[in-house]
Structures are given as C-alpha cells and as structure tokens.
Design a binder for this molecule. Sequence first.
Ligand SMILES: [Zn+2]
Length: 466
Amino acid sequence: MKISIQNGTLVLDDRLKQADILIDGERIAAIAPRSTLPPADLTVDAASSLVFPGFIDLHTHLDDVIGGRYLADTWHSGSQIAVQNGITSLCSFITQGSDESLGTAIARAQKKAAGQSFCDYTWHLTPTRFDDAGWREIEAAIGAGFITFKFYTTYREAGLYSSYTELEERIGRLHSLGGRVLVHCEDDAILQRARQGETAADRDTRWPESACAAVDWSDPRSHARVRPAEAEVTAIQRLVEIARRTGARLHIVHVSTPEGVAAIRLAENHRITCETCPHYLFLDESWLGRPDGRRWICAPPLRAEESRRKLAEMVCAGGADCMATDHCAFTRADKESGGGDIRRTPGGVAGIGALVPLACKLFEGTDAEANLPAISRLLSAHPAQILGLYPRKGCLQAGADADLVVLRSGGPERSIRSTLADVFETYPGMSTTLSVRALFRRGWLIVENGEILEQDIPGGTWLCQK
Ligand SMILES: [Zn+2]
C-alpha cells in the first residue's frame, strides 16, 4: 500500500522543510516537493500540522517487578498511551535475576511483550553475573542484537551496585565487544552518609543546621535530602574519567541537576551522552512538601526550583541529548503502602503520555525554526542513535521505517495524562493543546485524531539493535 502525506511541515533534525512524503509498505519511499508525488492509495492532508519522525522513549519500565511489586503498566497499556501521544518506539529494561541466566531473563521479557505492544520496542540489559559463564551470555546477547547495557553506582540491597573499579572493567570489556553502557549515577558513599543524617549542612546551605539531625522518614521532603545533588555530580565526574580512560561510549540516564549536565558537557567528550526527564524540568521539590508528596518519590529526586529552572534552560540551549521519561508507574495502593515511612514507598513516577506534550511545552513561545528541530533531536534522532537504530529509526528520509507523527497544536485544551493505568497523575493540573492527527508505525496507520485504530493484536515488533 502506498500512502502520501501532503501539505505538512516536516521537522527534520536540523531544519523545517515544506515537502510531501510517500510511504510504500513499511518504509519511507520518497520525500518530494509539494504536489509532485505519484498518486497513492491513501492521502493524508497534513495542512497546518507538523510531521515529525516517530518519537522514541528511551527509558521506560513496563510489565516488570521492581522492589517486589508488579508495575502498574503492561506493554499494552504503556504503549497505548505512547502512540496516542506520538511515540512509536519504546525501550524498557531486562534485569537478570539472581537465580536465572541472562538468556532466560530475555526470553521471559520477549514473551510478555509479544503481540502486546502498539510501539516497536527493545530493551537495555542489566546483567548481574560476571563470571566466565556470565560473560559468555553477555557476548551471546550482543550477537543476538542487544547492545545497550545498564549499570548502577548504587542499590547494593537490590544486588545492582557496581563499584567504580568494576564499572571501568565492565565498560571497557563491553566496549571491546561492541556493547554500549548506560549508567545510573548517584555516588553510593554520599548516599549512605546522607541516609545516616549526615547530609553536609556545611556543604549545602539550603539546609539549616538543625536539619543535620536524624532524618525524618515520615516527611517526603527527606527523600530529596538523602539523595543530594552532589551524589549525582560526583558519580558523573567519575564516569567521565572512566569514559576518557576506556574510550567507551557512555550514556548517563535521568540526569536531574544542571551541575550534572555541565559536568558531561565540560568533558568535551562527544562519546558521553545524557538524558533528562520531564519531571526534572516541570516539577520541583516543593511537590514533595504537599500532604500527598510521597506520590513524587523517585530517584534521583525532584530538585530545588532554581536548579529545575537552570536545567530547563540548559535543555533549551542544547545541553542534553535526549528527553526520556523513566516511566515507572506503581498503583495508587502500592504508592500508599509505606505506612507513612517513605523508605517503604516505591520510587518512580509515570510519564509516557506526558513526554511529547511537555517537550513541546518546554520550547513553547520560542523560535520554532530553531526549536522544533531540537525536539526532533531530543525525542527521535538522538535516542535512535544511542540505541544503534539510526537511520532506520529517528529520521525522515527515504529508506527509513515509516514511523511518522502528524501533530497539530492549538487544538482544544486537554489534561496531560501520563498513563492509562490507575495511578496518581504525575502532572495534575497541567494541560496541552497538542493533538495527534495521525500516527504511522512502520507504515501502518495506528492512531487517527487521537483515537487508536489498531485494536485486536498490536503489531509492534522487537527492534534488533544490530
Ligand atoms: Zn529507570
């Protein structure tokens, strides 16, 4: 089937272009000047709309158990809110359990996603065994098309922690095997000190001397106190050194501070990329001070307003490579289950449905010629590059997968909805005028005027990263 998309403004990753697009089967067949395409089986009029390459959420948690609790979103619900808001590909995580092989963990995840996702999808792997057998499995996974691996500088209790020495060895070895590493950066020693109530009031004047007393675990604001910005910045600085020494490509996930982004940019090492998340750009730590503040407990935590504002400015100025949600939705019951002790509140917020509306809101009122391509880079080109999927995904050019979103702004105001699952909304009171007029995933029309057309068996497929 041939489809033509006419009269739209194409948002390339470096400029806007007035042109029409011809889709043939699952690929973009041609991009041509207005009214020069041959007749097609279906014509979509994209007048007064923007045509973006399909957006990619690089960092989501779906259909998985985290901290002993099943997440609120399945592949079906998570990918449905995704396509309704312009996202055509999702990346989630596979963590190897202590009693299973990496291959078993991968098979388990593949089974859960098959026939359930409206988006195309892939995973970052978190292996937990590094003996000879473990490394043979890692090599086999790379051979099978899994090239991105996630490590943590904290979470000892969950068995996820790697020391900086271990990280350097693993990063170097994965680099030589053709793998790429993503790192959760919060320095474990600093977090430990902060948890013991020794957050350095002398280093951080926002906290009065009295705040050095024992941590009040009933107050959600304590969550931000025990995960201070310096933990993130210190870990990032250590990873920058590791990147320099190993020559490996690294990606730092969910950077929450302007100092963290600055440390990455200062490195002048283009092999280090980073993402930040909408919640660090639109919410500050005052949300933790609300009576229901535990809803916004996530790691890293929300930061002070001044820090949030600076981070947003840096993203608008091109400081971050990607925006991703770190979508990690727990049910209302699970989020309330801590019995007043925030250490027992599961950490994570929903975000998939908010990603595109909030990214557009971030650049609202600014120079569209310059900033629409920036959105295209943050949500499409750069995530595709990090995943090793560019230019199959992440761009509008002949030969690429026909993942396209026809977006219109200035429509009726609607509330931002992060997920379809029964969870607390992350962005209550925030709204958007953005609407998805049409969304194509590999040439298939999946969404029209915000409504999902593909119902019975969602046709998203696994994206081999080779
Ligand atoms: Zn995450």
